[in-house]
Design a protein around this ligand. Sequence first.
Ligand SMILES: CC(C)(COP(=O)(O)OP(=O)(O)OC[C@H]1O[C@@H](n2cnc3c(N)ncnc32)[C@H](O)[C@@H]1OP(=O)(O)O)[C@@H](O)C(=O)NCCC(=O)NCCS
Length: 225
Amino acid sequence: MPPSPETGTWQRLKRMPRRASEVLRDEGVRGLGSHVLGVLGDVVRYRRAVLLVRPLGDPIPTATARIPVEISLLKPSEIDEYVAFQPDITTAQARHRFERGDKCFVARHQGIIVNASWSAEGAAWINYFERRLPLAPGEVYSYHNYTDPRYRGNNVPFVREVYLLRHFRDLGYRRLVAIVIPENKPAFASPEKSGYRRVGVIGYLKIGPWRYERMSAWHRRDQLE
Ligand SMILES: CC(C)(COP(=O)(O)OP(=O)(O)OC[C@H]1O[C@@H](n2cnc3c(N)ncnc32)[C@H](O)[C@@H]1OP(=O)(O)O)[C@@H](O)C(=O)NCCC(=O)NCCS
């Protein structure tokens, strides 16, 4: 299907030959190369991630970290502490997560937050896919696992994850789901130690306004139980 004349993509495509000759004249071949990559990145997008599922009926292991840590649920009154630890998130964004009911699990070492992750129910807003995925009753989406770079490699996310699994199991939930980008090897360590299983790859290819979704693994997640 050709791009609709109404879309910004169509407008950009129409302007492209003139813009290309301007860039070539002003910035040379190198400049043109970076502009082409920029435009392509805007028009064509392919994103995929591994879907991980953790049925809460499976036994939960015990975990220890290489540094002493205490795990707890972040209180809304502690948002400033979280934002100081995770500079990619603003106070307003963290507050918004609390308002929609998400929980934040934090690991503190000597009183300082060194790792955290969030969980959501009802629906998973997946930033990387720019989309919302509905969750089944009893299902929790675990996201935004982050360790302060000074404390990485200490197994802290594993301890925090085990706490999180017990928390939801004790409340009667059925399973956790998470996604990890295949290249992000360190991000697989704690989910796999804590019993998440790889279900498959989900993602999408977007060319202009056209979007092809690959979601069969998402629909298969029930078959694990
Ligand atoms: C992914 C992330 C949370 C892992 O945090 P972490 O505290 O280092 O986690 P772990 O201690 O479980 O280490 C993970 C693996 O990476 C290795 N590793 C990572 N950083 C390391 C470091 N600085 N020194 C030594 N080993 C390191 C560990 O050896 C471990 O592998 P292993 O289980 O085979 O020993 C962290 O890298 C991070 O915050 N990344 C940026 C945000 C991100 O990508 N989040 C994941 C989104 S899905």
